[in-house]
Design a protein around this ligand. Structure first.
Ligand SMILES: [Zn+2]
Length: 244
């Protein structure tokens, strides 16, 4: 099984996406970054930005404004905030509003990806998100009439269908035996990775993915396709907004 370790930090959010507070011990601390033994702060990746939050210790507060990935995971403190000394036990909280919005947005992007591939057979070439807004790039030579509305309606139908979103960790061979995974992930997962985390919108979209997701599509809310841009030959950029 996977250890969920990044450097010396156990990543709690990979197996518990609902976790928002936890206790940890400080292993290393400078104004540039604080290393703890366990963390539920999503460090960023796969288009999903890092979490924000707070560490509380000995009556003071250190705001966490981002995470840097190196040999260890470094929680980035707000400039001028007090730094907990090594050995301190801190209580940590992930900012719920931001993270929950990012989970809805990330799952929304997977719905979009699944719908566009199913209905138009075009692959994703990139994507990025902020809380409740996102973009996804596709290779689509011709934009069919009514494309924007067709995509939006199909996405919202999948939301109403309330499909389950399962996260599981599979041995590499087993993960890549799932046909859909190959189109998004084969080239992205380094060969030395033995276990692959798979996010499955059951019946719609299966991807190798390290991000945080809601438990079923209804929790996304509503998807609006706000824009379809042409960025070059076959290069289409869809922008979406998520609302309740
Ligand atoms: Zn993803």
């Amino acid at each position: 099984m996977t250890t969920d370790l990044h450097g010396r930090t156990q990543r709690l959010e990979l197996s518990d996406q609902g976790l928002r507070d936890f206790e940890a011990v400080v292993l290393d601390a400078t104004p540039e970054g604080i290393v703890v033994n366990r963390s539920a702060f999503y460090p960023g990746g796969g288009g999903q930005p890092a979490d924000h939050g707070v560490l509380i210790w000995q009556g003071v507060e250190t705001r966490v404004v981002g995470v840097r990935k190196g040999d260890d995971l470094y929680l980035i403190p707000a400039e001028g905030d007090p730094i907990p000394p090594v050995g301190t036990v801190v209580r940590a909280a992930v900012e719920d509003e931001r993270r929950s919005a990012l989970m809805r947005t990330h799952s929304g992007l997977h719905v979009l990806c699944g719908v566009v591939f199913r209905d138009f057979r075009c692959p994703v070439t990139g994507g990025n998100m902020e809380p409740l807004t996102a973009r996804m790039d596709f290779n689509l030579p011709e934009v069919p009439p009514g494309f924007k509305e067709l995509v939006e309606d199909a996405c919202n139908a999948e939301i109403i269908a309330d499909r389950r979103i399962d996260v599981r960790v599979l041995p590499r061979d087993e993960a890549f035996a799932i046909p859909d995974i190959i189109r998004t992930a084969t080239n992205l997962v380094p060969p030395e990775v033995e276990d692959v985390r798979v996010v499955d919108i059951v019946g719609l979209d299966t991807q190798a993915d390290g991000g945080t997701h809601v438990a079923s599509t209804k929790q996304i809310g509503r998807i609006k396709v706000t824009k379809v841009e042409s960025k070059g030959r076959g290069f289409r950029r869809l922008r979406i907004a998520i609302s309740d």
